[in-house]
Ligand binder design. Structure first.
Ligand SMILES: CCc1cccc(CC)c1NC(=O)n1cc2c(c1)/C(=N\C(=O)c1ccc(N3CCN(C)CC3)cc1)N=N2
Length: 309
């Protein structure tokens, strides 16, 4: 891992081997850094860095995310927020949600033991391919809808769906991977507008009663923006910050004519100003555009085993 640059298929082998412990990975409740052999850096974000790692006793491959307490602005609530989001993420188990197996900390750092997503960041794949073919976009949106249905059933609203927060597993399945989640109960987290505005729904752009911010329908809007960006290669309201806000508030977007009519229909049913009129997730999963690309004809019978789950 450290010296030998394992090839990804060798890693996949190790992962599959270690997957045999998949139901009780990393059992001990108390973790510490010495339990892990640290591999190559996988990426870094605003607050942290993530490394490939292997838990020594089980050979379990994982990703170790390191957050520096000093960077979490002591006591400003960000550290508490990370703690609360760890609480949420630890209790989630879904094939399209990145697992958090555990966490520990030392005097300076917080360590998160995360599932290893072998194919990295989805947005890099999107930028490299410019845009996804309709069959691939439909499979990703079906997986997102399945993950969001699971989250909403647990009263977790993501509120930060965007390509930068999605990773890809070794089998090409996508995994929502971000701690920006909040429970449905209103929390005092201000929408940090430092990120992109592109994915914000109109109810979060407009001032006025922000109780609508805690309605899970905000994720439906973002799913519509994600669908558009997968197919077109850029976000529907991409513009200067001022113009983006104006266009979001009016749902002012144009869908290129080369996008199929079924895909256009789904985008239009999600990018609706009135949150209550957005297409519910169960109807996204059975939408003609999803069905067309996700269910293999001869296996229509066992529909749920389609490649979109
Ligand atoms: C600290 C980094 C960070 C900040 C903010 C948000 C996020 C979630 C997206 C993260 N990442 C995070 O938490 N991550 C949790 C993770 C994770 C990131 C990860 N894998 C990778 O980052 C990765 C990157 C490139 C890669 N290769 C690229 C080249 N290819 C030829 C072969 C494959 C393969 C895997 N697995 N669990």
């Amino acid at each position: 891992l450290t010296s030998s640059a394992r090839s990804s298929d060798e890693l996949a082998l190790v992962e599959r081997k270690s997957a045999s412990y998949v139901d009780q990975p990393l059992m001990p409740k108390q973790f510490h850094l010495g339990m892990f052999e640290i591999g190559r850096p996988l990426g870094k974000g605003k607050f942290g860095r993530v490394y490939l790692a292997r838990e020594r006793s089980s050979n379990f491959i994982c990703a170790l995310k390191v957050l520096y307490k000093s960077e979490l602005q002591h006591g400003s609530g960000v550290e508490k927020q990370v703690r609360r989001e760890i609480e949420i993420q630890s209790n989630l188990r879904h094939p399209n949600i990145l697992k958090l197996y555990g966490h520990f900390h030392d005097s300076k750092r917080i360590f998160l033991i995360l599932e290893f997503a072998g194919k990295g960041e989805l947005y890099k794949h999107l930028r490299r391919e410019n845009r996804f073919p309709e069959w691939k976009a439909a499979q990703y949106i079906a997986q997102m809808a399945s993950a969001l249905r699971y989250l909403h059933r647990k009263h977790v609203i993501h509120r930060d769906i965007k390509p930068e927060n999605i990773l890809m597993g070794i089998h090409g399945e996508i995994k929502i991977s971000d701690f920006g989640w909040s429970v449905h109960a209103p929390n005092n987290r201000r929408a940090t507008l430092c990120g992109t505005l592109d994915y914000l729904p109109p109810e979060m752009i407009k001032s006025g009663s922000n109780d609508k911010w805690y309605n899970e329908k905000v994720d439906l809007w973002s799913l519509g923006v994600l669908t558009y960006e997968f197919l077109v290669g850029e976000a529907p309201f991409e513009d200067t910050p001022i113009m983006t806000q104006k266009r979001i508030a009016r749902a002012d977007m144009t869908i290129p004519e080369w996008v199929s009519k079924e895909a256009k229909d789904l985008i239009k049913r999600l990018l609706v100003l009135d949150p209550d009129k957005r297409l519910p997730l169960e109807d996204v999963q059975t939408h003609p555009w999803i069905i067309k690309h996700c269910v293999k004809g001869e296996r229509a019978a066992n529909r749920e085993k389609g490649s979109c789950k």
